[in-house]
Design a protein around this ligand. Sequence first.
Ligand code: PRX
Length: 633
Amino acid sequence: MSKLGTTEVLLNEKKLYKPSAKILKNAKVKQWKAVQAKAKKDPLKFWDDSAKELEWYAPWKQTFDDSNAPFFKWFVGGKCNIAHNCLDRWIGTPVENKTAIIWESDAGNKRKMTYKELNRAVCKFANGLKFLKVKKGDRVAIYLQNIPETAIAMLACAKIGAVHSVVYAGFSANALRERIDDQRAKILITSDVGHRRGKVIAMKELCDKAISGSQSIQHVIVVRQDGGHVPMKINRDIFYDALTDTQPSTCPTEVMDSEDPLFILYTSGTTAKPKGVVHVHGYMVGVHKTFQWVMDIRGDETYWCTADPGWITGHSYIVYAPFMSGITTVMFEGVPDFPKPDRIWKMIEKYEVNILYTAPTLVRALMSYGEKWPDKYKLKSLRLLGSVGEPINPEAWRWYYKHVGKGKCQIMDTWWQTETGMFMITPLPSMPLKAGSATLPFPGIEAAVVDENGKKVPVGKGGFLVIKTPWPSMLRTLFNNPERYVDTYWNKIPGYYLTGDMAHVDKDGYFWIQGRSDDVIKIAGHRIGNAEIESAIVSHKSVAEAGVIGKPHPIKGQCAKAFVILNRGVNPNDKLVNEIKRTIRSKLGPIAVVDEIEFVEKLPKTRSGKIMRRVLKAQELGEDLGDTSGLAD
Ligand code: PRX
């Protein structure tokens, strides 16, 4: 594996990849230049036409409203429901008999559901939620693994106008509690147990801990994954099958305003408190359009996104986009290298997957086992590959292209965020690609790289990545915190949406994403705030202060290192290191792994007492310390 850091490799990459014959067979994708030009000329018309590709109960009166910027509105007055576009519209058409979900469990068991069966399950569950008195606008927390019931629960909420909030099942009871309390969720949906790498995870037990003393949760719905041998609290807990079995299999879909909330998804920011990103039903327009064009959706194909429904990728592109396109989506409970490093390649052959959408960290992890694993498989069904979550270093890009795509599949390196809801900077399949570049903004999107005053930086020079004009799938606010929404995204460089990423643009206008500019780390593609980890560390009784930085890591992209000051009289030792690691895990969950803990006497601080993580990082990586005039000591 390359010794170079991601940035250097990215900056040195020159080679242009041309589209393969497999891609050019489809005339539609050849039109990308014309589509780009048209959308650039009149972006509102582009989004207006895109919205018309979906079904609405009543048309909108105005495509876009910026009278209360940055609280933008789209398709004002339009009535719709994303669940209608995922399910209702297919019922009574040939799509109803198509497979909607192919699911494989960690142990290798298989389940399949047609659109008709999925619709029936969603209706029954929607009726079950109504039976539990869930109403339009109520929040429903979902703490489930990658199983069909996760998609069913999300769609059932959307159908009745409830707001779902999926919490990734790798989060701790503490993190789950924080998210449930913030949104005051009425219902929690979970399972008795979960499975990962052959191990059993006590999901219900964790949920019981998370909601002990909760003021808002009225009921817990428990999916039986393993017989349901878990304690159930009378009048509060109910099994999913007991709730749904007797419910009718049809349920009217609630007519929603295009601007009504669809879900809240918490994500990490620069403070210890996660942000509740709010998306609305009208988000469907951008999600549908981007999926259709970027993944070049052709109808009768099978698509597999290896993300988890607990992240935005799972929301937009495991659940909503594939169902709005009426295609078959693969859901997988397990991990790609268990029981052997060829699990993912085996599944591609078994289910004849045509489009694979995954993350660079997974490509690098599978790369580390050697190409002998994918080389054993022909992977003939594959037509298109995707990447998301962090910059893909050209070495991983080329491995993915050669050993997975066998040199015939274009790689769609899609740059986007929880907040953007949809792909923003991404190739279209017939574009020439450069290994490691997310290429160009999607039609209708205006992106730029600017300095701190909002001035465009010269070609090749790094700067802040901003989006210059609003788009339909954008977040509308942060739940319960509109001020933070304005401050985080719109006030720092006025007039532009600040992404928090650094990038540069090359002479062809291609964007090269370099990583986060703010205090957010991407560990194996998972977004986690430095402040969140620090706050978990200082909750340990022996710790006085902590500073956390992200460091390059050959497989995970980045890993975390903590500098810790212990309380007076406490001596550093290995036992303490393990205890602190355990504290982090119990506060945040297994996603927040800190690889290194170094005990120090002092931390670099500003005069106002803020830890200068930038200085810690430069010191650690042996880089120039930059401007240190703000240092207190
Ligand atoms: O830093 C960028 C990185 O992931 C961040 C968004 O993280 P999250 O909200 O968790 O959403 C991830 C899935 C959409 C971005 O600010 N990122 C995402 N995709 C890419 C990327 N960095 C480089 N290239 C990408 N393709």
